[in-house]
Design a protein around this ligand. Structure first.
Ligand code: SF4
Length: 203
């Protein structure tokens, strides 16, 4: 595995951004528990990259060759909401499609802000939320969220995402305790795409 402090990495024709290792959950299936990264990239950060550092890295890339730029990595991007918004605006000006992968605790992190609207206005096209479970108790068991009512607030944020005109996607990790059919129904009820990930590909 390469040196740590990877901010940008590529796979599947996409360019991925790793801007933090912090998170508002502690999922039992998180890659952080058993690896330093994915696809041969070490995503451990000795310090979080600043906005200028991230823009500098992006500027060195031929962005048009990628399908999309994705906020993901070994942490929850929305703990750095303002950095996400600035990078998204920078990419929007350049016509690059942007996706955000999130655990969806935005309404708990920023109760005073309309995060979904801010994301949409910054140019984000797709928000992929880790649904992870068919009910709150299973969610709490799997994800150990920092907040109470995290599952309900995540679903509320998902509704905000759809209402803001962005494309919504729900993901779940294939685990025996997860009722995939019920999760699929929740996705349908929220007009969301639905993706089941294998345990090994989870981050
Ligand atoms: S899997 Fe994602 S949401 Fe869960 S602890 Fe890891 S980084 Fe956070």
């Amino acid at each position: 595995m390469k040196n740590k402090d990877t901010i940008i990495y590529e796979a599947h024709g996409n360019l991925y951004l790793n801007i933090t290792n912090r998170c508002t959950a502690d999922c039992v299936f998180c890659i952080k528990r058993y690896s330093d990264g994915v696809y041969g990239y070490n995503l451990r950060l000795s310090k979080e990259p600043t906005l200028p550092e991230i823009i500098k890295e992006l500027s060195g890339q031929e962005l048009s060759k990628y399908k999309e730029v994705v906020f993901t990595g070994l942490g929850e991007p929305l703990v750095r909401l303002d950095v996400v918004l600035e990078i998204s605006k920078w990419l929007k000006i350049r016509g690059i499609p942007v996706r955000l992968d999130t655990i969806g605790h935005a309404k708990l992190l920023y109760p005073e802000r309309n995060v979904a609207m801010e994301l949409a206005e910054s140019g984000i096209k797709v928000v992929s939320i880790s649904l992870n479970a068919h009910d709150a108790s299973t969610y709490n068991q799997l994800c150990d969220p920092r907040y109470i009512r995290a599952y309900e607030k995540m679903l509320e944020f998902a509704t905000d995402v759809s209402g803001s005109g962005m494309e919504l996607r729900f993901t779940v990790v294939e685990l025996p305790v997860v009722d995939i059919e019920k999760c699929k129904k929740i996705a349908m009820d929220h007009d969301a795409d639905f993706k089941v990930r294998s345990y090994s590909a989870s981050s």
